[in-house]
Design a binder for this molecule. Structure first.
Ligand code: DX5
Ligand code: ZN
Length: 225
């Protein structure tokens, strides 16, 4: 199980995104999580392809683009061109999810699928063999700094069971409210890609926040059942 920290720049200083992101990478972040919001699927707006393209010139790590948008098919080519490496789409936003996941792969990106807190893991049964990662939202998407929803742990554990039973190899990512208090439980439940925004960028030293969170996650793997 390869634990990775994916700092979410949603809580970074947008006037110096690349600088803040690099500090999180220096602290051990190996994937950069970029939250793409359209003001329709979620009640917030963030960044588009030009910002992704600018960051791409400055940073070396894979870009994990979490689409919280309607009509994701329309934007997949543009974000792939801008430098996205992974693109995940919400199950709730995709009428033709199978087609959308294939479209992501056709543009050279790793396809992922995201579940809102109220969406059961069973809704993914038919696409688990198509995805590189499943992202379990542990808050309702749209904003950083929200409280972790404990039922997410059951969903992570259920996905880990489904993966083992079907001998699949998708990775399990968790997003929302991951901090020094919750990280042990999410890792023990089976998550390995840990998105963290507020806990990394919200206060204090970004580099040491990232390092401490990653260390706590690694310690948790040693006690995992
Ligand atoms: C929320 C975003 C998250 C957000 C997490 O909709 O998908 O990636 O940045 O922020 P924290 O870690 O502060 O809960
Ligand atoms: Zn996210």
């Amino acid at each position: 199980m390869n634990i990775e920290l994916a700092p979410s720049i949603l809580s970074a200083n947008f006037a110096q995104l690349a600088v803040d992101a690099q500090q999180a990478i220096d602290g051990g972040g190996t994937v950069l999580h970029l939250d793409i919001m359209d003001g329709h699927f979620v009640p917030n707006l963030t960044i588009g392809p030009p910002v992704v393209a600018s960051l791409r010139k400055e940073l070396k790590v894979p870009f994990d683009c979490h689409f919280m948008i309607e009509n994701p098919d329309f934007f997949i080519p543009e974000f792939a061109d801008a430098g996205a490496n992974w693109i995940s789409v919400h199950q709730e936003a995709c009428i033709h999810l199978d087609r959308t996941l294939h479209l992501i792969a056709a543009h050279g990106c790793k396809p992922g699928v995201v579940l809102n807190p109220a969406t059961p893991v069973e809704t993914l049964t038919e696409v688990l063999d198509l995805v590189h990662h499943v992202l379990v939202m542990s808050v309702n998407p749209g904003f950083g700094g929200q409280k972790f929803i404990p039922n997410s742990l059951n969903k992570i554990a259920a996905l880990a069971r489904m993966r083992a039973e079907r001998k699949l190899d998708f990775r399990i990512e968790v997003d929302g409210g991951v901090d020094l208090e919750t990280v042990t439980d999410v890792v023990k439940a089976g998550a390995e890609l840990l998105v963290a925004g507020n806990a990394v960028f919200g206060h204090g030293d970004i580099r040491s926040n990232a390092a401490k969170l990653l260390e706590a996650a690694r310690v948790a793997t040693m006690t995992r059942a």
